[in-house]
Design a protein around this ligand. Structure first.
Ligand SMILES: [Zn+2]
Length: 343
């Protein structure tokens, strides 16, 4: 199969907002609209003997809350919603964790690095995060128009989610969780986020893949201001090895897009996507370039203000990978801006 062949989806229609679709015994697929691309997030409501477990929440807005209230009224009639599991700290996954804990008295479970990151970011004052971003994106070579935009936005993360609960239960990798009538095995992967949780059920050959492996878009792998010389692309590519043992018949349940099979093919496509980007980025660094200039070269043109965070973050993830490989040299120019050039 050619590397760019689009994987076949197992369904041709999403569950309507407010409905759920049982795709295996005790595994209910819920699709929550998002007010931004990729347009929706899949959440999974799992039924065990003692009650339900919800995986991820969608964003914090009144529309999402209303949909949840309606779903829980229909689904959780004879058994309670007992647990909320959050795969990672991004706002479309953790957005309503605080609301669920307070309103339904559920236990929150998630990987510790994800909770720590969410909590630390949530507590940063607007002005502090604004200053951190201005300093970081200035060193990436971003224009003053974008620096003002980033500064004025302040802590958009904290403003977009319900309060991160101040306690939780830790999930670690290689645990066995009894979330349906059978067991689910945990994995925690770095790259897209600090320790993103995925869950595998051997009996039904299902992988709740979160944003770790997406069927039709590439998970965002970015460098962020708190770790400017980090190498998340290396972490991500290393983490894909943990999924190589899944055969083509395992069904992947992603957070975005439709359930699909053929994980091995998708892993090859994702690795190929990053190889292509690495080549474009390496070739763009014949002369010293800023991360912002490399981001424009990577995307083939100017980047809109609201896309700069991800574009520069992705460009830096690939640049830092090439720096660690010894193929690109990072230097600092007279304006204290990072420059990147082929060795
Ligand atoms: Zn994510």
């Amino acid at each position: 199969m050619p590397l760019k062949t689009r994987l076949k989806t197992l369904y041709n229609k999403l569950p309507e907002p407010g409905d759920s679709l049982e795709i295996a015994p005790g595994v209910n697929w819920i699709c929550m609209p998002l007010p931004f691309l990729p347009a929706f997030i899949n959440c999974w409501l799992l039924e065990a003997e003692d009650g339900f477990t919800l995986i991820d929440t969608g964003v914090n807005n009144s529309k999402t809350k209303k949909i949840w209230e309606s779903i829980l009224r229909k689904q959780c009639t004879e058994k309670p919603l007992k647990r909320l599991i959050i795969s990672h700290f991004h706002p479309d996954h953790i957005g309503l964790a605080g609301w669920f804990v307070q309103k339904f008295q559920v236990h929150l479970l998630m990987p510790q690095p994800e909770w720590l990151y969410a909590r630390a970011l949530y507590l940063l004052p607007d002005t502090t995060l604004g200053e951190i971003m201005v300093d970081f994106y200035r060193r990436c070579g971003c224009e003053s128009e974008f620096l003002d935009y980033a500064n004025k936005g302040g802590n958009t993360y904290a403003h977009s989610i319900s309060a991160i609960p101040h306690n939780f239960r830790r999930i670690e990798k290689h645990q066995k969780l009894h979330l349906t009538e059978s067991n689910w095995f945990t994995e925690c992967s770095s790259g897209h986020s600090p320790a993103q949780l995925t869950l595998y059920n051997q009996e039904h050959a299902l992988l709740i893949a979160a944003d770790q492996i997406l069927p039709h878009i590439s998970p965002n792998i970015s460098v962020w201001p708190e770790e400017p010389f980090g190498n998340p692309l290396q972490h991500y590519l290393d983490s894909l090895k943990d999924f190589e043992y899944f055969n083509a018949d395992v069904t992947m349940l992603p957070s975005h897009g439709y359930p699909t099979k053929n994980i091995p093919q998708r892993l090859r496509q994702l690795a190929h996507h990053h190889d292509e980007r690495l080549e474009i980025i390496y070739n763009s660094c014949k002369k010293p370039q800023t991360a912002s200039e490399v981001a424009a070269a990577m995307l083939g043109g100017e980047v809109g203000l609201q896309h700069v965070f991800f574009a520069v973050g992705e460009a830096l993830a690939h640049l830092n990978y090439l720096v660690e490989k010894g193929e690109i040299i990072r230097s600092v120019n007279s304006k204290n801006v990072w420059n990147y050039q082929q060795k």
